[in-house]
Every structure is written in structure tokens, then in C-alpha cells.
Design a protein around this ligand. Structure first.
Ligand SMILES: Nc1ncnc2c1ncn2[C@@H]1O[C@H](COP(=O)(O)OP(=O)(O)OP(=O)(O)O)[C@@H](O)[C@H]1O
Ligand SMILES: [Mg+2]
Length: 228
């Protein structure tokens, strides 16, 4: 479903050149649940942004459901993203002036749903993360863990086949983190493809696929094939 071939992403800031991704190749099959680990600065978020069609690589190919998206323009990428991908950002990216319910509705408006239809779906999605009692709160009236859950509800609301999460439990206490992981397992068992960045070795250990990055490269890859 997802295939990266020799992906390169370089950031140039003044005189400094950072090879954030230095020839990354990776295949993720439909329905896989994968963890991406690695030290801070190793390129995990850069890779997630490319996987999530939020950014384009400088070189390499990215096949998503058979389509090479590496050469697409911003509009085309947005279309692919809206159709296929739910993205949970490392820093939430909630809209500060909109309440919980409206934040979760946003991806559906892009798809052209009416406000009534969107709100119904958003409520359902908020129920899944146990936040249906916080629909009228603004992001700054929520705890960090609640914001994270709003971000998850928003990523799920359009029922994407692929869920990408950058440190989804990084800001949560261990109990809330466990609940989020259970939700991810549930989503995985429903057939979704899940890729998440994590610093937590325990979380990485329970993911059937584990990818380790260092200095913009994949240095370790482990995949447990389930017994039939
Ligand atoms: N917009 C940018 N401009 C310049 N350099 C950048 C930019 N974004 C990332 N980098 C650099 O690219 C490298 C990889 O960054 P990235 O955000 O992918 O790391 P990460 O593995 O997600 O780290 P963390 O665990 O801290 O989130 C870092 O050295 C970073 O400084
Ligand atoms: Mg990061």
C-alpha cells in the first residue's frame, strides 16, 4: 500500500544543510501496524510528513495505493490526503478559535459534507475518544491529553484507510496513553493501516512492524509475521 524508494529530504537554513532523510526505502502493507522510533532529530517527523502527503521529497518515489505521489503538486497532494489519510500531529494543530466539535468537523467540510452531517459524524468520533462531554470547549480550555484526543477524533472522522500519528501518546499520562493505544489496536483490527512515531520502547515492542531511524536513515527493521 505504501512504498518509499530512496526518499531524500534536505533542509537548507542559511549556511546549514540538514539531510533530514538520506535515501529512505520502506514498504508498509495494507493493514499493517508499524512503529517508527529513533532519537530526536533522526527524521521521524520529516518522514511522517512525506507519508502523510503534507510535504514532498526532494528525490525518490512514493507509491501510495499504486500512485506515485512524489511528483504531485500541492492541490493533488491535498486531494490524496483528504481521501486516504488521517494525520495526528506531534503538536496537535487544533484551530484555536474553534471548539472541539468544530475542530473535528474540519476534514469533513473539505469533503463537502453539510454542517449537520459533519456534526453527527464528529460527535460519533468524539465518543470513540470519550470526549463527547467536551464538545463546546476551545482547545485552550482542554488538558493536553484531551487536546491529543480531539486531534485523534479529527484524524478518524473521515474514516481514513491510513492513520499516521506522530507521538500520539507523548503528552499523555500512562493510563490515557494505554486507552489511546487500545483504540489504535481496535482501529488496526478493523483493517486500517497505522504508522506511529513513538519514543516509548514498550509501545514499539507491541507493534508488529518496527522501524528504527538514525540520522535520516533506517538502521533497523523488524517485522513479526502473525501466525495463521
Ligand atoms: N523546517 C525545517 N527547516 C530546517 N531544518 C529542519 C526543518 N524541519 C526539520 N529540520 C531538521 O531536520 C532534522 C529531522 O527533523 P525531524 O523533525 O524529522 O526529527 P524527529 O525525528 O521528528 O525528532 P523529534 O523526536 O525531536 O520530534 C532535524 O535535525 C531538524 O533540525
Ligand atoms: Mg518529530
Amino acid at each position: 500500500m505504501i512504498q518509499l524508494n530512496n526518499i531524500v529530504k534536505t533542509y537548507i537554513l542559511g549556511e546549514q544543510v540538514v539531510k533530514a532523510l538520506n535515501g529512505v526505502s520502506l514498504t508498509i502493507n495494507e493493514g499493517e501496524m508499524a512503529a517508527i522510533t529513533g532519537a530526536s532529530g533522526s527524521g521521524k517527523s520529516t518522514m511522517m510528513n512525506i507519508l502523510g502527503c503534507l510535504d514532498r521529497p526532494d528525490a525518490g518515489e512514493y507509491f501510495l495505493a499504486g500512485q506515485n505521489v512524489a511528483g504531485m503538486n500541492a492541490d493533488e497532494l491535498a486531494g490524496v490526503r483528504n481521501r486516504r489519510i488521517g494525520f495526528i500531529f506531534q503538536s496537535f494543530h487544533l484551530l484555536p478559535r474553534m471548539n472541539t466539535l468544530e475542530n473535528v468537523c474540519q476534514p469533513l467540510y473539505y469533503q463537502g459534507l453539510s454542517s449537520k452531517e459533519a456534526k453527527e459524524k464528529a460527535m460519533h468520533s468524539l465518543k470513540r475518544v470519550s470526549l463527547d462531554d467536551r464538545m463546546d470547549h476551545l482547545p485552550n480550555q482542554l488538558s493536553g491529553g484531551q487536546r491529543q484526543r480531539v486531534a485523534i477524533a479529527r484524524a478518524l472522522v473521515a474514516n481514513p484507510a491510513i492513520l499516521l500519528a506522530d507521538e500520539p501518546t507523548g503528552n499523555l499520562d500512562s493510563k490515557t496513553g494505554k486507552q489511546i493505544l487500545e483504540l489504535f489496536h481496535e482501529l488496526h483490527s478493523e483493517g486500517r493501516t497505522i504508522i506511529m512515531v513513538t519514543h516509548d520502547p514498550e509501545i514499539a515492542a507491541i507493534c508488529p512492524t518496527c522501524v528504527q531511524m538514525r540520522d535520516g536513515e533506517i538502521v533497523d527493521y523488524r517485522r513479526v509475521v502473525p501466525e495463521k
